[in-house]
Design a protein. Structure first.
Length: 104
């Protein structure tokens, strides 16, 4: 496969995964947490989901890189930069969930 295709796929997957915790009330968009009316998922659960999604996208990217050829070793700088990039990708979901007013 093409390296640029895999790069684009990882970026799109990261953008989707980063916003997923903010667009639903279920754990990892699969497990319903509570059935009470008006219940909202707390921010700490969303942040735990965000961290788990970061590692899941990292694992997928690692396997795609291994499929292309040699896997490069990464230092702490790589993880700091990709973690910050993942937070930037999550910003639209955060804005829509917490900063936009909902008109009733």
């Amino acid at each position: 496969m093409n390296v640029s295709l895999f790069s684009g796929l990882v970026i799109l997957l990261a953008a989707f995964a980063a916003n997923l915790p903010f667009f639903n009330q279920q754990l990892f968009a699969l497990v319903p947490l509570r059935k009470e009316q008006g219940w909202v998922k707390p921010i700490w659960v969303r942040l735990v989901e965000l961290l788990a999604m970061y590692f899941a996208v990292g694992i997928v990217a690692h396997f795609l890189e291994a499929g292309i050829g040699n896997v490069f070793s990464q230092g702490w700088e790589f993880y700091a930069i990709t973690g910050c990039l993942f937070l930037v990708l999550a910003y639209p979901g955060y804005v829509l969930r917490y900063l936009c007013k909902r008109h009733a």
